[in-house]
Design a protein around this ligand. Structure first.
Ligand SMILES: [Zn+2]
Length: 346
């Protein structure tokens, strides 16, 4: 056995009821009632269970707050859950500090396709357990740090998957990369959607999750009807923009103090149709620019961006998502994803 940090989980904990204090626990105190990543299996009147994952990122609390509201309601009315509900509480340690992940930890939403981290073993164990019996449906609930609409993601274009995502929002995103996400692994087991609930902790996102989970607990099956509707927007993630690990980043007018500089209102570009020539930022002379890779990992920056003097401009019509002004998130995850409209056959 190697010398693992005792705080690095290699297996999940199990509970068959809510731990005492869960319904009123502040998210940054969850570590006092949960001993690391935990699967809580709650009995309901019907099987198979609905699986809901929360807090894979410790600073994305809407899923947790939504489940507190929902479960408190059943508890106060002394009503049984209409269906089994399995809750996976992810990065309890990071939640304590209100961060996406702690230094030294892997990103908990990149551990679901194998790997060397102890956390990958924990992930494998959970997936093995989930695949050993039927699941009704699965949700993985997130927030984003930038100003984005609330939207639902799917990793398969199966109508059942799309119908779950559409319960959250008319804005849907289909993606296959990054493939190490929990949503991708769950998609092999049952109808699955990942919920992006806007800024963490805001009522709109929380209330929508409460409503959707309630609906899924009551419903007898997941609709496989083809999605139609003029108000429906489906996008396909085609590439991802990252910055060099060592690049210094800033916001505001380019002053050359930073390797890369972005407009103050960068986040206002999220989910908007951008014309070629839209300004994304400035690059200091000699600094590495943006890295743009497609779903196969190919360098495609020449397709999507161009540099004009020090300005970084879009080269073709596209949409961006997850643009954020949070420099830590840009470094740890990415600057944004590039999307194109996806025509659904109707
Ligand atoms: Zn997240």
């Amino acid at each position: 056995m190697d010398t693992l940090d005792p705080d690095r989980p290699t297996h999940i904990r199990h509970l068959d009821r809510l731990p005492r204090g869960f319904l009123d626990c502040p998210v940054n105190r969850l570590d006092t009632i949960l001993d690391g990543p935990t699967l809580i299996r709650l009995r309901g009147e019907r099987q198979p269970p609905l699986f809901v994952s929360i807090l894979l990122h410790g600073n994305e609390v809407s899923g947790f707050l939504a489940l507190q509201i929902l479960l408190r309601d059943f508890h106060e009315k002394n009503l049984p859950l209409p269906r089994d509900l399995w809750i996976f509480v992810g990065n309890v340690e990071a939640a304590r500090y209100g961060v996406r992940r702690l230094p030294g930890q892997p990103d908990y939403n990149r551990i679901w396709a194998g790997g060397e981290h102890p956390e990958c073993r924990m992930a494998e164990q959970l997936l093995e357990e989930l695949s050993s019996q039927p699941l009704f449906a699965a949700l993985d609930v997130h927030n984003n740090s930038g100003r984005n609409p609330i939207y639902g993601c799917v990793n398969r274009l199966d109508p059942r998957y799309l119908n779950i995502a559409r319960k959250l929002s008319n804005t849907l995103v289909y993606f296959t990369e990054p493939h190490e996400v929990l949503g991708m692994a769950l998609s092999r087991l049952c109808p699955t959607a990942t919920f992006e609930c806007g800024i963490s902790g805001l009522a709109e996102g929380i209330n929508r999750v409460v409503r959707v989970v309630n609906e899924l607990l009551v419903e007898e099956g997941i609709s496989d009807a083809t999605l139609v509707g003029e108000d429906l927007h489906v996008f396909h993630t085609v590439a991802r923009i990252t910055v060099d690990e060592t690049a210094s980043l800033g916001f505001g007018e380019q002053t050359r103090r930073y390797d890369l500089c972005f407009p103050e209102d960068l986040e206002s570009l999220n989910f908007r149709y951008l014309q070629p020539g839209t300004l994304l930022g400035w690059k200091a002379p000699g600094s590495p620019g943006l890295t743009v890779r497609d779903n196969d990992g190919r360098d495609v920056h020449q397709d999507y961006i161009r540099y004009e003097n020090e300005r970084i401009l879009t080269r073709r019509p596209c949409l961006l998502s997850m643009l954020t002004a949070d420099i830590t998130v840009i470094h740890q995850d990415c600057l944004c994803y590039i999307m194109e409209p996806y025509p659904l056959q109707t």
